[in-house]
Design a binder for this molecule. Sequence first.
Ligand code: COA
Length: 162
Amino acid sequence: MKIAIYPGSFDPITNGHLDILERAMKLFDKVIITIARNSTKVPMFTETERLEMIRKVVRSYKKVEVDCFDGLLVDYARRKNATAIVRGLRAISDFEYELQMALMNRKLSDGLVTVFLMPNEKYTYLNSSIVREIARLNGDVSRFVPVVVLKALKKKARSAKR
Ligand code: COA
């Protein structure tokens, strides 16, 4: 069974992430989409909120498992018997950071392969912070995120105004 890990902050998950996930599902028997707990980013959504949103969004995907992890990604991948890490590559600007991570992860765990997938070009300019910012300023992000996430963003924006 070929297992891949799709790690990230997913704060929140966007249609761009889903695009990558769907592509990965075509290549692997199981894809574990997993939230990194020790990210240096200060999240808008708690880990529980992010998990809940992702679970709802991928509910109908039979090959997908949703999880969180602490510590090194390579150790987590080993525990999960995964042979690959999936990362999205949107533009040249992603390349340097992704190359460094992929090479470092290879140094740390030789058998683990990083697979880069390109999302549909309509998502190449998308990231979670830009979605958060537009939503915070009452802009329309309905084209960029699943409905569950859209509702959660609106709720956050309302509670921030109180
Ligand atoms: N569509 C939309 N947005 C996308 C995207 C896509 N297809 N692919 C990436 N992004 C965005 C994300 O939304 C995120 O945006 P943001 O910065 O505005 O929040 C950004 O691109 C990149 O973030 P993400 O993919 O979530 O990765 P990350 O940099 O937050 O996390 C980890 C990277 C979790 C994989 C890495 O930090 C890690 O492995 N941590 C564990 C500790 C470890 O092993 N460290 C050593 C690594 S060598």
